[in-house]
Write a protein that binds this ligand. Sequence first.
Ligand SMILES: Cc1cc2nc3c(=O)[nH]c(=O)nc-3n(C[C@H](O)[C@H](O)[C@H](O)COP(=O)(O)O)c2cc1C
Length: 381
Amino acid sequence: MMDLNVEFLGYRLRSPLIAASGPPTMDWRISKALADAGIGAIITKTILMEPSVNPRPCLYHGGSFFLNTERCSTKPTQEWLDSELPAMAELGIPIIASIGMTPEDAEQLAGPVVAAGANGVELSIFTPVDDPAPMQEAIRRVRAQVDVPILCKLSCNVSDVVAFARAFQEAGADGVSAIDALKAAVVLNPRTGEPAMREQGFARMSGSALLPVALYHVSQVAHYTGLSIVGTGGVSDGQDVIDMISCGAGAVGICSQLIVEGPEAVERIHREVQKAAEKLNAEVLTMLSGRSLDYIDFTSDDEERQEYEKRAWRSQDLTAKVDSETCIRCGRCETICLYHAIAHSDSGDYRVSSAVCEGCGLCLSSCPVGAIGWSKGEQTA
Ligand SMILES: Cc1cc2nc3c(=O)[nH]c(=O)nc-3n(C[C@H](O)[C@H](O)[C@H](O)COP(=O)(O)O)c2cc1C
């Protein structure tokens, strides 16, 4: 079986999977269960100078997504310093203390959390969506206090994620955890029409549905900054871990899935990563690092936008093609095709009419067994 070890921020992690800041990392006992299951590192629930109070309710599990209005740690700072962090430090894996929410508070907390056993800090700083300055100030203040790696939590709600990541890098951050939960989402009670999250009616969203958004942000930060990235957001299985690494993450954060599945998720995901990597003939995970970045278009200014239009023209001869060996004849492609380009013959085989196919790709993403691929320039009826 493939070795899951990775080098990240100067730590030798036995797994790239890191428990992201959240409820599972607020208690050393749960952190111990995660460590026993093989997790690579722990990022604690965000520690403040004063404990938070959570509204009730504050959590909602919606299957493919998760909502929360949870605040930061509800544990007193002294408890973190006296017992939680020292107990976590015994677990034999890197412990990164998440601290916030102002630059001044982070400055005051950094020294004590490191003295209590943290091997690194993650800054969770209240930052306006268009101004990275408070995070930059926090980085500089914390850097003056401690000599451990500094990660910054990056929100996908900021006006320009690359500008923010660059600003963090300039201020001396060693890496980012990207991304935080998305703001905001609403779920309703179908009977009363009341929002499930009663405090404001809306909440932050995380969980599987967030993965594509997170992959975009991770790839942008990786391409433009080269910072170390804990790719976080929507990770629930081994393929998601591989995808994060393919988009440039050096380690992979997980929170919502740990809440809903518990520490058992760790071993399952490790098995899935090993299986997926084996299929890709990757002997070590680093062989997959950033492999998807070459396929992502990083041109952004107006001039190059014209190139973008030209590229659409260049792919005009692509049409879908069904591989009858792999096809299980479920008929999903025929049903979903918006152009009626796919039909089954008397023998039950599915065929694509390239004259009718618009090459939209919907059938490829809907096929349950990956039996549909691309055909270039071949003409069929
Ligand atoms: C219930 C809950 C509480 C969270 N608390 C924190 C927190 O205290 N500090 C923080 O930086 N991120 C916090 N997060 C955000 C997660 O660390 C993570 O960035 C986000 O949930 C996306 O990852 P996921 O889809 O794996 O959950 C929290 C997430 C959830 C779901």
